[in-house]
Design a protein around this ligand. Structure first.
Ligand code: JHZ
Length: 395
């Protein structure tokens, strides 16, 4: 049973960018209550209400994982490390997006699973065998029948998106070879609590894991975690290495270290999340105050990165056109559209980062370094970024 600790109010689906702002479109826009709870039994943080995945992972899925240099590099690095460490002959990726990870493998070694048909089309066009489907036991059975069991299953920013974790891990267990390894990474609840990144909560992030929660969940399966890494990706992620309980891998020292850190951070206590929730309310007040002050001085403010995260910030903090003129983003299929809920126009950075912009709210704060590097001339002429993590401030 989950106990609620955070209520962020009514939110749209983060992937539901609008083509046009017409009365009819706005009337039809789907909203749900975004609130977050803690399950004392499994130490797991999850949304209180799940949106139907068929509404989320459609043929119009906008996010392209290859839109940042940082992510291209990060996927190339992990692919190379996994190849060296496990020497896998048969590889599968769950949630392959536009192929940013699998492109580092030979086509005959790797297959992809991706529910969004527009993304599956891209990896197919690049000649990677792709199953355009949701990850499930049924699909796992089909895959092993056609493609044999896998030595490596990899997944980034996908497992936290799937409501039914029993189904996820049963399907993984069916698909793994005897000494096969399942490596997956997702935003880390430890980082969210530490840096106050409440915008990691949105319809797609239905669970945010810790080692403590995953260990509880896997204790009911034939799988175990044998290694772990806390990484900087997306503002703080956790990477789990999982295998069958009777596989050859011994648990590493990293597990003990992370477990102790999580206990120190009290990630297994409801009170930690209750306190976090007060910090989130303060963050909202601070951001609205800062934007109001800047607007009173007639400053031009835009937002940088039409992220799913910023949909949470804007809808929770009620930030619309009064504060933000428009959003800039490099993703071609976000440009020309409007953000979910607050309907801010999205345009390209080339068009949008003009000389009149005084401040840019960093919706893509997780790429601060890459963006600052790219936008040196904006900074040089006195342009400034606003961030809300770990604290609302101008940088
Ligand atoms: P980014 C998505 O969330 C959705 P979002 C998903 N649920 C998830 O878990 C994470 O990804 C991983 C743009 N950009 O990655 C590109 C620029 O315009 O933080 C993207 O639209 N210029 C699957 O949306 C956005 O910002 C740049 O220089 O919160 C970044 O989105 C860079 C670097 C990015 O994920």
């Amino acid at each position: 049973m989950k106990k609620k600790f955070l209520d962020l109010g009514k939110h749209p689906i983060t992937n539901s960018f609008l083509n046009k702002i017409k009365k009819n479109n706005i009337k039809k826009e789907f909203f749900y209550n975004l609130s977050v709870g803690f399950d004392k039994k499994n130490y797991l943080v999850s949304l209180m209400n799940f949106v139907n995945p068929k509404k989320q992972y459609t043929s119009k899925y906008a996010h392209r994982a290859s839109q940042s240099k940082t992510m291209n590099k990060s996927f190339a690095k992990i692919a190379s490390r996994l190849k060296k460490r496990f020497r896998p002959k048969k590889v599968l990726e769950i949630g392959s997006n536009d192929g940013v990870f699998i492109k580092n493998f030979k086509r005959n070694n790797v297959i992809a699973v991706e529910p969004c048909s527009n993304l599956a089309k891209i990896t197919r066009q690049n000649n990677f065998k792709t199953y355009n489907d949701f990850w499930s036991k049924k699909l796992a059975k089909k895959i092993i029948k056609q493609n044999k069991k896998k030595d490596l299953i990899y997944s980034a920013n996908t497992i936290s998106h799937i409501p039914n974790l029993n189904e996820v891990f049963s399907a993984v267990s069916l698909t793994l070879s005897k000494n096969g390894v399942f490596v997956f990474e997702d935003p880390y609840i430890g980082a969210v609590v530490k840096i106050n990144s409440y915008d990691q909560f949105y319809d797609e992030h239905v669970h945010l894991f810790s080692l403590l929660s995953l260990s509880k969940i896997l204790s009911k399966t034939d799988l175990k975690v044998f290694d772990i890494e806390i990484i900087k990706t997306h503002g703080g992620s956790i990477r789990f290495y999982v295998c069958k309980k009777n596989a050859k891998f011994k648990k590493t020292k990293n597990l003990k270290k992370v477990k102790l850190l999580e206990i120190k951070q009290q990630l297994h206590k409801f009170d930690t999340y209750r306190k976090f929730s007060s910090r989130v309310k303060k963050s909202k007040r601070d951001l609205r105050n800062l934007l109001s002050k800047l607007k009173a001085k007639n400053k031009k403010i835009i937002s940088y990165g039409a992220t799913y995260k910023s949909t949470t910030v804007f809808n929770y903090c009620n930030i619309g056109k009064k504060f933000i003129d428009y959003v800039i983003d490099t993703t071609p299929n976000k440009q020309g559209k409007f953000t979910p809920g607050k309907h801010l126009p999205i345009i390209s950075p080339e068009k949008g980062l003009d000389n009149k912009v005084d401040y840019a709210f960093l919706g893509a704060w997780n790429f601060e370094k890459e963006i600052k590097q790219k936008e040196k001339s904006f900074l040089k002429r006195g342009g400034k970024f606003i961030v809300h993590v770990p604290k609302v401030r101008i940088i």
